[in-house]
Design a protein around this ligand. Structure first.
Ligand SMILES: [Zn+2]
Length: 132
């Protein structure tokens, strides 16, 4: 067991969901994952995991769009069918909900995706990045 692990270290396995939702390092579960709002730190301050090798691309945004879009569209449809409010009220309600929801979900979605990449060995070792 454990022969696939590319990452050394003697850390007990960290749940990708827990590491992601708490925005912590996917290997040790303690170091901070982010250096800014969405910018990932170069390396974990606790275990030294090189986080520059992560590349989730547009994945987090796609999942946020699908999850949040489903909830907001369903809620807007329900509101329209139940109360037939004027269009401006839809805008006043759903625009802030969408913006706030996207901002709130992007970080944990990105962190969970990075943790899942780490768990499944998809974080490329630095030598694969040569020539970037
Ligand atoms: Zn760490």
């Amino acid at each position: 067991m454990g022969g696939r692990r590319l990452t050394g270290g003697s850390y007990p396995p960290v749940s990708p969901l827990v590491a992601g939702l708490t925005c912590r390092c996917p290997r040790c579960g303690r170091g901070r994952l982010f250096a800014g709002f969405l910018s990932v730190a170069d390396r974990c301050q606790v275990c030294g995991l090189d986080l520059r090798t992560q590349d989730t691309g547009d994945g987090p945004a796609v999942f946020v769009i699908m999850a949040l879009g489903f909830v907001v569209v369903a809620a807007a449809l329900w509101l329209e069918l139940a109360f037939k409010p004027p269009l401006w009220l839809h805008l006043v309600i759903w625009l802030p909900v969408t913006v706030a929801g996207a901002l709130a979900l992007l970080r944990p979605f990105k962190a969970v995706l990075i943790a899942l990449h780490f768990r499944h060995g998809l974080m490329q070792p630095p030598d694969h990045r040569a020539g970037d």
